[in-house]
Design a protein. Structure first.
Length: 175
């Protein structure tokens, strides 16, 4: 559980540092003038995909311009030394759903294909956790497209098979 504690702390730092003046709780109901996604937790993909702790802090203008932020993933079951993270290059928010594209800036114990690669995250904010269970969904795919920015705005939303095992994500649509 010590990895989860470290990631929870990382998520708190990302949320507080990236979104000044916006509290994480109730952020989806914020009047912030920008689109944003903030949160962290543990995804629960179907086998054979690895279980990952993740943290994300992404923001952009309401029209998707000027995206910025970071995303981080760490394999928690098979190899806790497997990690990848990167800079947000695209954010597309529609209601309670978001697509975040980030370019890898750091990988550890990952295949060579990850170097200078992309990941695309599909995030669905369904409110606050209840009884310790998160209603949110997060899926991600290594991006093999030659134009991940275009795909950020045109790809169909892909919902994860299961809600998060733990954690919470906030999605705010400024429109």
């Amino acid at each position: 559980m010590r990895y989860g504690c470290r990631l929870a702390a990382l998520g708190a730092v990302l949320i507080s540092g990236a979104l000044p003046g916006v509290a994480a709780a109730g952020a989806a109901n914020s009047d912030a003038p920008q689109d944003f996604v903030a949160g962290g937790g543990e995804n629960n993909p179907p086998d054979p995909s690895p279980v990952n702790h993740f943290a994300v802090s992404a923001r952009s203008d309401a029209d998707g311009a000027s995206p910025s932020g970071q995303a981080h993933f760490m394999d928690v079951i098979a190899d806790p030394n497997k990690k990848f993270s990167g800079q947000v290059t695209c954010l597309n928010v529609i209601g309670n759903r978001a697509i975040v594209v980030f370019e890898f800036t750091h990988t550890k114990n990952q295949p060579a294909a990850y170097e200078n690669g992309w990941d695309i995250m599909y995030i669905e904010d369904n409110g606050e956790p209840t009884g310790g269970q998160s209603p949110d969904f997060v899926a991600n795919d290594l991006h093999k497209s030659s134009d991940p920015i275009r795909d950020c705005h045109t790809a169909p939303f892909r919902r994860a098979a299961f809600p998060l095992t733990s954690g919470n994500v906030q999605v705010h649509d400024a429109d």
